[in-house]
Design a protein around this ligand. Structure first.
Ligand code: ATP
Ligand code: MG
Length: 592
């Protein structure tokens, strides 16, 4: 396998939070047991996520502290204290008990970021049932697929969602016993129950169900970037990792106002939009609306957000809108921005530093890992373009699955100890938020492990100082004239040109090179597609990357296809380019 040139080794190193240097000694002493000891737990070694997130705070000094602050479309704020959200959750758990929904049975949601959704997540966990959030913009087909695969027993949704996406499918969903409408308002809808009425009548549960650390808690479907989404099963023990990563990667403290822009329909919106911040007793801002630059700057300023967790695509969108949009908003409370879901282009990190005066910390993890694994964590120097280093308790390596020219151990996995070599990013199993299976897909689950490692399917490299650098998803990497080309490097280079807002790079068949690099480019405001600009961009990339790696061809697009969780769907660019079937597009964002 080819050696990967270190990416932008000359890049400026940004120093953040010198006041957090004392974290280093704490990190050195870290073990998962020590993290577990920071939680309250249940008698007899039990553990319950909802108890750690809200129950224990409701009984302590944070009871009257704002837990959730919902910002409505008109800017009105509805706040819930830890005591209030805990009571709502206990009531929801009482509703489930009243309906005879048992431990381990699955409760789905299909709703926007409304308070009822948060009560349902926490109430389900409190009851010992399993929660599975669906993204509210899913169409009827993806909804049915996931409800069927997950054998959803209960669905919490709105009347409009129910009518549009579920009512006609009820006959195909025999497992679905109860549909709870959040907005029934006393007007009956056939086949559904009025959640508000049930909540009023319910007997709140007295405390969390006596769940064990290994009891299933959450079911999360992956983003479907590479194909059909998989249902990853997570257990209550995951909360130990949510605590640790909330501390080391996100640096959360009760006085923080924290905003995670991910929808709870994805693992980020649950692990880091609900669980991790509440476990740390912070105030969580929830925006009920969609991504829009002025609104976002407005919320950051007005709510005095101190830690902001978002995604590269959102940051690129802000870049595209222009830094002047930030003017007039007081971002002085904001300590740093963290980003996850996709490679974070160095250009975006530098933009954050220059335009917002803020460090942007990259985080790498997956639905399967349940929590952040590698990060430019709060107390360390950032290397723009690098994902950072493994978090405390995480053992990560760059490996090769055989066959390879080196002697391969019988299990077929070789650890590449030397720096600067590309291989698959692997993790040593045993961290608490690790998925415990893909629902009904044992074989697919087993294939994720070899030689005592969990194999992520992503390619990466590590430098001499232990920073990890993302190269590409295994399936996206381009092989051209014997070179192994990661789309991320080419996309990031294109983004250094002032005209480029976002880029997606794929390999297309080439009779000589095997594959040739092709780029799709979305322009920034004020730039028009033109042949001259196309040539300029190709030349620009050539000068930086060399002819072998730079795109051979380049198309301008109005919008790149994204998953709803914000990832560039390169497999769709490729299918469209080659006139092949588009495959599973259930997670495709509408504007694409
Ligand atoms: P599917 O598994 O269904 O194809 P997916 O892998 O996109 O979809 P997720 O679990 O939501 O589903 O995303 C995890 C993947 O996102 C990672 O494997 C990686 O490819 C990418 N990713 C996440 N964070 C980063 C990051 N900081 N840098 C680079 N890539 C990232
Ligand atoms: Mg994946």
């Amino acid at each position: 396998m080819a050696h990967w040139p270190p990416i932008r080794k000359d890049a400026r190193i940004l120093r953040v939070h010198p006041n957090l240097a004392d974290y280093e000694s704490e990190r050195a002493a870290f073990t998962w047991e020590s993290a577990r000891a920071m939680l309250s737990g249940l008698p007899g070694g039990g553990l319950n996520i909802a108890h750690e997130a809200v129950g224990r705070h409701a009984a302590g000094p944070l009871a009257d502290h704002d837990a959730l602050r919902f910002v409505g479309s008109d800017g009105t704020i509805r706040a819930l204290t830890y005591r209030q959200i805990s009571e709502l959750a206990a009531r929801f758990a009482g509703v489930l008990r009243g309906l005879g929904v048992g431990r381990g049975e699955r409760v789905f949601s299909l709703a926007g970021r409304i308070p009822e959704l948060y009560a349902a997540v926490l109430g389900t966990l409190m009851a010992g049932s399993v929660f599975c959030p669906l993204f509210s913009a899913f169409g009827p087909d993806p909804v049915r697929q996931r409800l069927q695969l997950g054998e959803g027993r209960v669905l919490v949704t709105t009347r409009a969602q129910y009518r549009k996406k579920v009512a006609a499918l009820r006959a195909n969903l025999p497992e679905l016993r109860h549909v709870l409408l959040v907005d029934a308002d006393g007007a009956p809808e056939p086949g559904t129950l009025d959640l508000a009425e049930l909540m009023r009548a319910a007997e709140p549960v007295e405390g969390p169900a006596p769940t064990r650390p290994e009891d299933p808690a959450l079911l999360h479907f992956t983003s479907g970037t590479t194909g059909t989404p998989k249902g990853a099963v997570h257990v209550h023990e995951a909360v130990v990792a949510h605590w640790a990563t909330g501390r080391y990667a996100l640096d959360l403290h009760p006085e923080d106002v924290y905003w995670c822009t991910a929808d709870p329909g994805w693992v980020t919106g649950t692990s880091y939009g609900i669980i991790a911040p509440l476990v740390h007793g912070v105030t969580v801002v929830v925006d009920e609306e969609e991504l829009e630059a002025d609104r976002w700057y407005g919320i950051l300023g007005q709510q005095r957000v101190s830690v902001w967790y978002t995604a590269p695509t959102a940051l690129r969108m802000l870049m595209k809108a222009g830094a002047e949009r930030a003017a007039g908003h007081d971002l002085s409370a904001l300590r740093f921005v963290a980003s996850v879901g996709e490679p974070l282009n160095p250009e975006v990190v530098l933009w954050g530093q220059e335009a917002l005066g803020l460090p942007v910390h990259d985080n790498w993890w997956q639905t399967e890992t349940g929590g952040i694994m590698i990060a430019n964590y709060a107390a360390m120097d950032i290397r723009p373009g690098s994902m950072g280093k493994p978090l405390p308790g995480v053992d990560a390596a760059i490996v090769l699955r055989g066959p390879d020219e080196r002697p391969v151990r019988q299990d077929g996995v070789v650890v590449l100890a030397e720096p600067g070599v590309v291989g698959e990013l692997a993790l040593r199993p045993g961290w608490p938020s690790m998925f415990r299976g893909y629902l009904n897909e044992d074989e697919r689950y087993r294939k994720c492990f070899a030689g005592g490692w969990y194999l992520s399917g992503d390619l990466a490299t590590r430098d001499e100082e232990g920073y990890f650098w993302f190269v590409g998803r295994g399936d996206d990497v381009i092989k051209s004239s014997g070179h192994l080309i990661g789309p991320f490097e080419v996309e990031s280079t294109l983004m250094e040109h002032p005209a480029v807002a976002e880029a997606g790079v794929i390999g297309v068949p080439d009779p000589v090179a095997g594959e040739a690099v092709k780029a799709f480019v979305e322009l920034r405001a004020g730039w028009q597609p033109a042949d001259q600009l196309r040539l300029e961009l190709i030349g620009f990339a050539r000068k930086r990357l060399g002819a072998a790696v730079a795109p051979r061809s380049l198309d301008f697009v109005d919008a790149l296809p994204h998953t709803r969780s914000g990832k560039v769907l390169r497999r769709l660019l490729k299918a469209r380019e080659l006139g092949l079937p588009e495959g599973d597009t259930s997670t495709l964002e509408e504007r694409s």
